[in-house]
Design a protein around this ligand. Structure first.
Ligand SMILES: NC(=O)c1ccc[n+]([C@@H]2O[C@H](COP(=O)([O-])OP(=O)(O)OC[C@H]3O[C@@H](n4cnc5c(N)ncnc54)[C@H](O)[C@@H]3O)[C@@H](O)[C@H]2O)c1
Length: 280
């Protein structure tokens, strides 16, 4: 799908895409899908990520302008929205694909969390959604009928031990999406979160035990794990006018993992490990 000509679902729409770092980033794949569907957009990431990543290549490929912004710095977010206004006027969609936990990076156990790091995790990974919407709205750039999507993970609802304080950050992120969504609904602006299955990206592979989490989800989900391009196709529908009445939702994009119990594959694999005869 990503390489095809698309459906023109976003013709005439403008947006901001936060969080593309390299070509594995889910935001990178979403940017390509938005371009395919006819959108024009700004790209944003933290200055350090711009130095280390490859965003110039994506900007060149999609005709996007880059706006450096560290979302933990309120002034940066405010300034960025003014610059987007000068360049693009107003916008119809925003993608929030930002996540970072210093506690996970430094391999600190959940029971020993460093609280300064925890506040950074919550600020960068969750409160930033509030800031982005707030400063975009203050700058007067949010068009009525627009759509805001933030990427999340099922750790918000269920405990995934290695996901540590990111479980808490995602719960807060989803709550902010609901609460802001209720306020923006009078202007027809939707705010949703997409709960994506484990996906091989820079942030994903920074989590200890990621491969096991990936395989577990893939074996349980009847449709298997969706990849980043499939997530991109789903997000495009949420930015489009086809989903005008979908708001304040946490939407699972996980091949059916969230409602599946156990798969035949998993039963047979566990039977082998624990020495149980198949069918017993
Ligand atoms: N990879 C997965 O398994 C998975 C699953 C579900 C949800 N998600 C979510 O998808 C989103 C994108 O992650 P990804 O997996 O594509 O990894 P990624 O590492 O490519 O993206 C994370 C992005 O956050 C940016 N970021 C970190 N600190 C920032 C700051 N202070 N200011 C601005 N940007 C900052 C990084 O530079 C990076 O571009 C995240 O919210 C992540 O939690 C990922």
């Amino acid at each position: 799908m990503a390489e095809s000509t698309g459906y023109g679902l976003l013709n005439g729409k403008k947006g901001i895409i936060f969080g593309a770092l390299d070509d594995r980033s889910i935001a990178w794949r979403i940017a390509l899908a938005c371009k395919r569907e006819g959108a024009e957009f700004a790209l944003s990431n933290a200055p350090i990520a711009l130095r280390l990543g490859q965003l110039d290549a994506l900007a060149e490929k999609t005709g996007a302008k880059i706006f450096p912004c560290d979302v933990s710095d309120n002034d940066d977010v405010e300034k960025m929205m003014d610059e987007v206004k000068k360049e693009y006027g107003s916008i119809d969609f925003i993608l929030h694909a930002i996540g970072m936990s210093p506690n996970i990076r430094k391999k600190i156990e959940y029971t020993d969390l460093n609280y300064h790091f925890l506040s950074q995790t919550l600020d960068i990974s969750a409160i930033s959604l509030h800031k982005i919407i707030h400063y975009a709205d203050n700058a007067g750039i949010l068009n009525d009928g627009g759509s805001i999507v933030a990427l999340t993970y099922i750790g918000a609802q269920r405990v995934f031990s290695k996901y540590s304080d990111m479980n808490d950050a995602k719960a807060l992120l989803e709550s902010i999406a609901r609460n802001y969504g209720s306020r923006l609904a009078e202007r027809g602006i939707r705010v949703n979160t997409v709960s994506q299955a484990p996906t091989r990206t820079s942030a994903g592979s920074g989590i200890k035990g990621f491969d096991a989490m990936y395989t577990f989800a893939d074996k349980i989900a009847p449709l298997g794990n969706p990849d980043a391009d499939e997530c991109a196709d789903y997000c495009v529908t949420l930015f489009s006018d086809l989903t005008r009445k979908v708001t304040m939702q946490n939407l699972y994009h996980d091949g059916g993992f969230v409602t599946a119990g156990i798969s035949e594959d998993m039963i047979n694999a566990l039977a082998k490990i624990y020495g149980e005869e198949e069918g017993e």
